[in-house]
Design a protein around this ligand. Structure first.
Ligand code: TYD
Length: 216
């Protein structure tokens, strides 16, 4: 991808901060652990920026509303993939990269791995999802990714039945393909991705994550 290479060369400065992402099925307890990771780094006196995807900037939150809206049932899978990528491009350019350049710790609830798992595997869009996202992010990758490993059916039962967005509403076989995607990501990026057994208590998971953070 010539465009992608140009984009990476022209726009990317090696960041001074630390970029941490959390991934996993819906209901795997990511947001609780985002708060714990935030507390860890604040305790060390670091500046911390917390964000989430899709979202994190004004434009990206508008795109979030479109992509998750149950009224958009006719949305094409490729349209969906590009909306996630567009929201991410804005998020990286406006918020994540500037924060990393200023030396902050950025903790993000979901990032490119979500698109690989949900759109690449869940929607069966395959390898192109990685290419599109490499372009969208100008090649930015997390330093560490915590994968909250939880069977999708358990995650689904944890979030309850009343408020389901367009993605959460997908049938269980979709969520199992997403889960397979995450497991493939763990195998492909063993240096970056740390698997966390998310069946345990919040406190046990926190201790596990803190011990990993102690070694980065
Ligand atoms: P999330 O904000 O984690 O959901 P909630 O806050 O309701 O738990 O993510 C919304 C949904 O979007 C979630 O089902 C996962 C999905 N998603 C993708 O399919 N691709 C992506 O790239 C991202 C970031 C999320």
């Amino acid at each position: 991808l010539v465009g992608s290479e140009m984009c990476i060369r022209d726009r990317c400065i090696v960041p001074k901060g630390i970029f941490i992402t959390l991934e996993g099925p819906d209901g795997s307890g990511k947001s609780t652990q985002v708060e714990n990771i935030k507390a860890y780094f604040e305790n060390e006196g670091r500046e911390v920026v917390v964000s989430r995807e899709p979202g994190g900037t004004s434009i990206s939150e508008k795109l979030r509303n479109i992509v998750l809206d149950n009224e958009n049932a006719e949305m094409d899978d490729i349209t969906e993939m590009f909306i996630y990528a567009a929201a991410r491009a804005q998020h990286v350019a406006e918020k994540i990269r500037p924060a990393l350049e200023s030396g902050a710790v950025v903790i993000c609830d979901r990032f490119v791995d979500s698109s690989i798992a949900y759109q690449g595997y869940g929607r069966n869009l395959g390898e192109q999802v990685g290419e599109v996202n490499r372009y969208a992010t100008c090649g930015l990758e997390p330093d560490v990714t915590f994968f909250m490993d939880l069977d999708p059916e358990i995650g689904r039962s944890r979030i309850g039945k009343d408020v389901r967005d367009r993605l959460e509403q997908q049938k269980l076989d979709f969520h199992y393909r997403v889960y397979e995607g995450y497991k493939a990501i763990c195998v492909k990026y063993p240096e970056r991705v740390v698997r966390i057994d998310a069946t345990r208590t919040v406190e046990e998971i926190k201790e596990d994550i803190y011990s990993k953070l102690g070694s980065i």
